[in-house]
Unconditional design. Structure first.
Length: 375
């Protein structure tokens, strides 16, 4: 009797153990599925952020905020080497601690992590201790994970997670964090081109206008606030003739006068840049081609009625086609002629492709063409 009861109890225990194992497996499976869903959501949020019309720095800050929110991270800091120094691109740590956070590459415990491209986990055992790299912040972080960041095997900076609890990352799944780190690298790699464009924008010395690169950075942020816009490119078709028959200084004066007139007569909502040489671009944000036709016609008529000469006192210049012929350019007047081409631009499409199409049209047009063309 007792043996029979014992056997039954053993069988029940075995059944319960098997049941608990299965339940545990299912729970772990659901956890894994939930983690994958979270990871997919984060990746989607990353991609949406990349596509937004904001600066590179704003995008990186938003990505860091996504990490903090989705993974319930206490402190997250992304540090990138800009070629001259390390700078904090995003962090939710108080700025008074940034000096120590952007010099972690000099801390011995992290040097090996950087050299081997592997994460480094550091923690303390009690609330009275502090992490070795901390200088002024005794009570803020008690555990941290350091991830070096690489783009195409080139070290570019690091991502560090911190917690105010000792041993808080003891059981964390490093593989998940590695995936997040890879996504951060992917984002940094994706926006590198945009950052380059933002950095090389220059102001033209003759006209005071932004250069072409402005259109692909800050300019695009403005343009992409609208579904459809009109891109207008015009070229001073007789600028070479003016330079050759008169002088380059007079040609420069023509460029200045045209730029000044257009700047004074377009809305601040539109973008006007010197595209290249004698070519200029006006971006009519949120306006279709029909809406700008009359305005462009007025601009063209006025420009082609200009009489441009050098200011008095500029003296005489040598013409390009006759080095021995000096003439007083203040007494010479020229009239610019422009050729204009328009095209629609739709948000989300390639702005550079639209401008390339406009440029090719102007470069391949007959030298005597002076018209307004919609392509």
């Amino acid at each position: 009797m007792i043996i029979g009861v014992a056997v039954v109890l053993v069988i029940i225990v075995i059944i319960l153990v098997v049941y608990n194992i299965k339940i545990s497996q299912k729970i772990q499976k659901f956890k894994n599925i939930n983690q994958k869903i979270t990871n997919l959501q984060v990746v989607q949020d990353f991609m949406n952020t990349i596509g937004e019309t904001s600066s590179v720095d704003e995008k990186i800050k938003k990505i860091n905020n996504i990490l903090i929110e989705k993974y319930e991270i206490k402190y997250s800091t992304i540090v990138v080497f800009n070629g001259a120094e390390y700078e904090i691109k995003a962090s939710n740590v108080d700025e008074r601690h940034w000096d120590s956070l952007k010099s972690l590459q000099d801390v011995d415990m992290f040097k090996d992590s950087i050299q081997t491209a592997t994460p480094k986990y550091v923690t303390v055992n009690s609330e009275n201790e502090r992490l070795p790299y901390q200088k002024m912040e005794f009570g803020r972080a008690k555990s941290a994970i350091f991830f070096p960041l690489y783009i195409d095997n080139v070290y570019i900076g690091y991502w560090i997670l911190e917690s105010g609890t000792p041993h808080d990352f003891d059981n964390v799944d490093i593989t998940v964090l590695e995936v997040i780190k890879d996504n951060i690298v992917s984002v940094l790699k994706t926006v590198v081109h945009q950052k380059t464009l933002e950095s090389i924008v220059r102001t033209d010395l003759f006209t005071g206008l932004y250069s072409e690169e402005y259109l692909y950075g800050e300019g695009k942020k403005i343009i992409d606030q609208y579904t459809i816009s009109t891109m207008c490119m015009f070229k001073i078709v007789n600028i070479e003739e003016i330079n050759k028959n008169y002088c380059r200084e007079l040609g420069n004066e023509v460029i200045k006068e045209i730029s000044k007139y257009v700047q004074e007569n377009i809305s601040e909502d539109y973008i006007f840049v010197r595209y290249m040489g004698p070519k200029f671009v006006i971006a009519f944000s949120g306006v279709d081609t029909e809406g700008v036709a009359a305005f462009i016609n007025d601009i063209k008529e006025h420009i082609e009625q200009m009489r441009v000469s050098l200011p008095e006192g500029d003296g005489t210049y040598t013409t390009e086609n006759n080095e021995n012929k000096n003439i007083d350019m203040t007494k010479q007047e020229v009239t610019p002629i422009i050729n204009v081409v328009l095209s629609s631009y739709y948000k989300g499409t390639g702005l550079e492709e639209v401008l390339k199409k406009l440029e090719e049209y102007l470069d391949n047009a007959d030298k005597n063409e002076s018209d307004i063309t919609n392509i």
